[in-house]
Ligand binder design. Structure first.
Ligand code: ARG
Length: 578
């Protein structure tokens, strides 16, 4: 990676200056190499001179001068000193070499090798509740993180820890017994369950007895009541069918699906950890790691500010957290992961803090390799969403809306396009994904169709459109890119595009390291913007001579390649025409 290499070269220059006694001995301080906001400051800027100045009591200018004097990396022009910074600019020769690499390596550009394993727990919706837009974020961010880690060579294990246990089952069992009908459940699926759920909450306000009934029902279920179990299996089945449809539409594929989809697909859902959770709780109690407290079993945590974790209620029932402990241990046994991340909303921050501290206390060294990757909420203009009051927006409706709306726009823009339906689907889904992934995951997202489907910039459709535009130029050219590799670019718009292409591999690395897909999204948007600036100013097919034409064709096909790799990391499909 260029940045790491540059760091080493700077260190080399410093050592050289020391050996020549131009600088005294010192311990190298932390310093950063950034991409400057303004292109005129080169491709990279280092703050080493400023960091070092107070340590060796020399002026930043003096230190910078000594570094520049001994800096020898041939990829770079002579560095420039600006204030406390040293600015580094790549030789055009090197930029062209990078271009060549993209054209040769194709979709392998930016790929790395590594033998580590990451487990990613994401999506994880709850059975008998609709897959709301709330689980969408986890699904999209988790999937992008998985793809990004795959790109940099990790083994990835994506786990969908479907919530198929919890008090909502007691409520639904009561509701189903009172007002439900099996045939209708078969026909209408999860929306029917959802209506029952909403009805239960309405009735419960009038009749508090229902709450007690629901508790009793859940207890029955926990003690293994056959009939209750059978009905719950129906709920699960209806939910899984719905989830499967959504994953298919969104193009999400699972490495391991922890659920039981009827009998057809017996794998490990959350409830499967009930037994293990109970057994382990007993072991921890016996070994003194857990203790009794008011009839319940708890585990005290090594951080005084964090409340103890409840492992077992006084009625003997395990909890979400207990099952998560059992699941984490099972996953480590199976995958020996180097990193395990949970992509779950901010509201579960305390749960995961407790979980990781409990694992640490229980002596699992790998607890430090577990991480909660949290995200903000989706908001509509009228506030937060709630499942209880019947305000939930169904994923299915959102997906259909997005496709429908995209189709309308495509129809207007390109009435002769073939495969409109297929394209509209890719564009609509891409639009939803980009809207989510282009924003920092911690921020709340306002769902605004106008922005989501804005073909003019910073949207999924804009990137897909840019890609398609390039493809159409290349098709018309009748020559593939890279036949005659360019030797020189002169126009500022060409050079700026060429320089942008350098950063892709490090953007992928940093998106992986910070679990922030928006870094990739923003990069792609910049790249597309630069391409469009270039293309609005400079002709490609009608360039003044063959050589220029070929150079520009190489340049734009590299842009298309990087756009397509990057979009793939966001789970967005490209289209050849739109
Ligand atoms: N089903 C949970 C929910 O919707 C999320 C589960 C996340 N994964 C986990 N291992 N706790 O709130």
């Amino acid at each position: 990676m260029l940045k790491t290499q540059l760091k080493k070269e700077i260190e080399k220059a410093l050592k050289e200056a020391q050996s020549k006694k131009e600088l005294p001995d010192f311990k190298l301080p932390k310093f950063t190499i950034e991409r400057p906001e303004n292109e005129k400051f080169g491709d990279y800027a280092a703050n080493i001179a400023m960091q070092l100045a107070p340590i060796i009591k020399k002026s930043p200018a003096e230190i910078a001068k000594a570094i520049v004097k001994h800096f020898k990396a041939e990829e770079f022009e002579t560095p420039e000193i600006a204030g406390g910074f040293i600015n580094f600019k790549l030789q055009q020769e090197y930029l062209i070499k990078n271009l060549q690499e993209i054209i040769e390596q194709k979709d392998q550009f930016g790929s790395e090798r590594n033998n580590k394993t990451i487990v990613i727990d994401y999506s994880s919706p709850n059975v008998a509740k609709p897959f709301g837009i709330g689980h969408l974020r986890s699904t999209l961010i988790g999937d992008s993180i998985k793809k990004t880690y795959k790109k940099i060579g990790w083994n990835t294990v994506g786990i969908n820890h479907i919530g198929d246990w919890g008090t909502q089952f007691g409520k639904l069992l009561v509701a189903f017994e009172k007002w439900g009908d099996e045939d209708e459940l078969y026909q209408k699926g999860i929306k029917y369950l959802y209506n029952l759920y909403v009805k239960f909450h309405k009735e419960e306000e009038k009749d508090p007895k229902l709450k007690k009934l629901a508790k009793e029902k859940f207890k029955k279920l926990e003690s293994g009541d056959k009939k209750a179990k059978h009905i719950c299996a129906l709920f699960t089945h209806a939910s899984i069918e719905e989830f499967d449809k959504i994953y298919k539409d969104l193009g999400i594929k699972w490495d391991l699906i922890q659920w039981v989809a009827g009998k057809r697909n017996p794998r490990i859902p959350e409830s499967e950890y009930n037994k293990e959770a109970k057994e382990r709780t007993q072991e921890w109690l016996e070994s003194g790691k857990a203790k009794e407290s008011k009839g319940a079993i708890i585990i005290e945590l090594p951080d005084k500010n964090i409340p103890p974790l409840l492992l077992e209620k006084s009625d003997g029932a395990t909890l979400y957290a207990t099952r998560d402990l059992a699941a984490a241990i099972d996953r480590y046994d199976k995958y020996k992961f180097d990193l395990m991340v949970y992509e779950v909303g901010n509201e579960q921050a305390l749960h995961f803090k407790q979980l990781f501290l409990a694992l640490e206390k229980l002596g699992y060294k790998w607890a430090k390799d577990c991480k909660h990757i949290s995200h903000g909420l989706y908001r509509f203009k009228d506030g937060k969403l709630s499942t209880r009051k019947g305000k939930t927006i169904f994923m299915e409706d959102i997906i259909n809306d997005a496709i429908e709306k995209s189709k309308k726009i495509i129809q207007e823009k390109n009435p002769d396009l073939k495969n409109k339906d297929q394209t509209a689907k890719k564009v609509g889904i891409g639009a939803i994904k980009y809207n989510d992934l282009a924003q920092h995951r911690q921020t709340d997202i306002i769902f605004d169709w106008e922005k989501i489907l804005n073909f003019e910039g910073n949207s999924g459709p804009y990137l897909q459109y840019t890609y398609a535009r390039i493809q159409s130029i290349i098709k018309k050219s009748n020559v593939g890119a890279g036949h005659n590799l360019p030797t020189q670019f002169k126009e500022p718009e060409e050079i700026s595009l060429l320089r942008e292409l350098i950063y892709f591999p490090e953007v992928v690395q940093s998106a992986a390291g910070s679990f922030e897909p928006h870094r990739i999204a923003n990069y792609l948007n910049d790249l597309a913007r630069k391409f469009n600036l270039f293309y609005n100013k400079l002709p490609v097919l009608k360039a003044k001579n063959e050589e220029t034409k070929n150079s520009r064709l190489s340049l734009i096909s590299a842009v298309a390649e990087v756009l397509s790799i990057g979009l793939d990391l966001l789970g967005i499909e490209t289209v050849e025409e739109m």
